[in-house]
Design a binder for this molecule. Sequence first.
Ligand SMILES: Cc1cc2nc3c(=O)[nH]c(=O)nc-3n(C[C@H](O)[C@H](O)[C@H](O)COP(=O)(O)OP(=O)(O)OC[C@H]3O[C@@H](n4cnc5c(N)ncnc54)[C@H](O)[C@@H]3O)c2cc1C
Ligand SMILES: [Zn+2]
Length: 246
Amino acid sequence: MTHTDILIIGGGAAGLFALRGLKEKKVCIIEGNSKLGLKLLATGGGKCNFTNLYLAPDNFVCSNPHFMKSFLAKFGTYDFLDIIEAHNIPYEEVRSLEAVMPQLDFLYMTRVQKERFFNEEDYLRLKDSYILTPEKMAAGKPTMRVLHPLPRVNEISVKVDDDPRAAYFRQALNGKYMRMALILKLLKEAEEGKQMPPLGDVMVNELVCDNPRCISSVEQELDHIFVLTDREQQTYRCFYCEAQSK
Ligand SMILES: Cc1cc2nc3c(=O)[nH]c(=O)nc-3n(C[C@H](O)[C@H](O)[C@H](O)COP(=O)(O)OP(=O)(O)OC[C@H]3O[C@@H](n4cnc5c(N)ncnc54)[C@H](O)[C@@H]3O)c2cc1C
Ligand SMILES: [Zn+2]
C-alpha cells in the first residue's frame, strides 16, 4: 500500500460521507463488497428518505447524550439539504401521509417506538400521529400494498384489515415459514455435526460468559457453553457470542 494519511474500513454511507472533510488527505477505503456504497442502492431503491424535520438529540440512541447535541448543532437537516442542493440532487419534501398516498406502491408502517422517547409527554403528543385509516387508504392506488412487522399498537386501524391491499398478515405468515425453513436448516446442520466442535473441546457450565448482552446472560436456564478455539493458548470462546473467557 502506498502512503496514506487515513484508512477507512467500510465504504458505506458513513465511510463515504466522512470523505467530505478529507479533500487534502490521501485516503484509502477498504470495502468488502465489490463496489462502494452498494447498500445505498438497496435502501429505498435509489429513492430514500435522507433526513427529516424533527432531528433532535432525543431521537438518537447514544450512550453519550452530549455527543448528539454537539453533532446536531454543527450539522443539522438544513446543512444536509444544502449539500443535496449544491449537487442538484432532486428531492421531494412531504409533511403528511396524505400528501404522498396516491403515489405509493408500498406503505411500510411501524409503531411509534415508546422506548425511544425520553419523556412520556413527547410520546403522548406523537403516538397518534400517522394512524392509517380507511379514509387515508381511499387515496391509495388499487395496487398499493401495506406492510407492517406486527404486532401493531394503534397505528393501523383494524378497519383497514379487510382491505385487500393490507398485506401485513400475509407478511407475518410468510415470515413464519421463512423462520421454520431456517430452523429446519440449522437443525439439519446440527444433526450432520457440521456446527458442533469435537467433544472434549467443549466446556459446559464451567465458565460463565461475562458479555451482559449474550443470550446466556439474558436467558436464565441456558447452559454456558465454551468452545476451545486455540489449543496452544488454551483460549475458550462463548458458543453463543464468541466472547473470550476470562
Ligand atoms: C432495506 C433497507 C432500507 C433502508 N432505507 C433507508 C432509508 O430510506 N433512509 C435511511 O436514511 N436509511 C435507510 N436504511 C438504513 C441505512 O442503510 C443505514 O443506516 C446505513 O447504510 C448505515 O451506514 P453505515 O455506513 O453505518 O453502514 P453500511 O452502509 O452497512 O456500511 C458498512 C460497509 O462496511 C463494509 N464492511 C463491513 N465490514 C467490513 C470489513 N471487515 N472489511 C471491509 N468492509 C467491511 C460493508 O460491506 C459496508 O459496505 C435502510 C436500511 C435497509 C437495510
Ligand atoms: Zn456469550
